[in-house]
Design a protein around this ligand. Sequence first.
Ligand code: SF4
Ligand code: SF4
Length: 426
Amino acid sequence: MNTPIKPLQNCGKCGLCLGVCPVYRELKEEQASPRARLQLIKAFENNILESSPLLKQIISKCLMCGSCAIACPAGINHYEKFMDMRQKMVADLGENKEIKSLIFLLSKESRIRRGAGLIKLAQKLTPGWLANKYCMGNIPLKRFPELNPTPLRKKMAETIQPRGIKKGSLVYFTGCATNYIYEDTGLSMVGTLTHLGFEVIIPEDQTCCAIPLMFHGAQNLAVKNIITNIEALTTHKCDGILVDCATCGTALKNEYPALLKKIIATDPLETHQPWKRLAVKAEQIAKKTMDILSFIAAHRQELVFDKTTPNMGQMAYHAPCHSRNSFNLLPLVQNLLKELPFMEYSPDLDEATCCGGGGTFFYEHPEIAKKIMDKKLFHLKSIKANYWLTDCPVCRINLSGNLDESENIQVIHPITLIHRALKNSS
Ligand code: SF4
Ligand code: SF4
């Protein structure tokens, strides 16, 4: 008997997603396109195609940037379909040992902390010639950022009082990158928010947002992180939950509620109650979560800049994919940067193109990542900026990791620059 083909998606094969896909634009092969991935998923789900290392590789050759979903006139949610398919591929074929180790590390905060300690030690002990010779993905080891001397959440009090009269309380979800790598972003977040009159609470018990686990098919482990974060973020009364990374924002705003809904829809009835309680909390978190640049744009008039701040020169902005595609933040950030009085910024045509970082994409597919990055660098360098601004830590690692020190360009989060120009900012 012939099994009817399931209409898994309504792809009309128009090809509009091809032109926006950073991977397809480099490889120019149909199998590297979002359209082909969807067709392969459809064939797999209809039992026409079996799991195979080749199929897994094609599915993984994707930055999970979400640009295809934005361009698609049929409204297909590529992101969700790719995430589900990755999970199936990992369930059938397993994961390579490097990614397995990363997942093991990120699924428990104590392991992340120990792992960060080991990396710090390795950074200290690795001789320069070795760090120069070897790369992680497309980035030479010597150009990886040094880890924070102390994790930010250990260094800061859990509650930091505002300057002047208190206007409200904000919970800060730091994510792993700010906690362990980029403390300058975290210190600037706290400095700017307290300058604006907000009490800042940094819950000690938070952990990795779980997006890397979800991207690599480890949904069971992701759920544990999600539960930890939901409890940590709802312990304190607050007026808002702020993130400095669009990917963490995507997790809190979109992925947590979506995953919990899915669990409730597929789980036996007797286990519904705890999941429902978590789902309610996840919805509360989603409503309260805001990225720092949107928050700053809303409070722009309350920032008091130091009039003696010297002009910091030319800026270029790199818009992270999740900030553009999940939250459409690019116009807001452009307007905010244009208004800042201590720097020169004009939008550049290339600022909305992907840098090729894509979580672990730069490590798993270094040749493609390098090609994407080379084009990005060519455009960025033509602006002759002193600072490249970006609000995603992986983009920051990728951009600065592909720059030569001699170029004398700092890659930082926009909040750091804003904080530096505030009155009494130190
Ligand atoms: S844009 Fe949408 S409908 Fe068009 S080919 Fe891509 S997935 Fe299919
Ligand atoms: S998510 Fe990005 S990289 Fe992946 S298929 Fe879509 S456009 Fe291409």
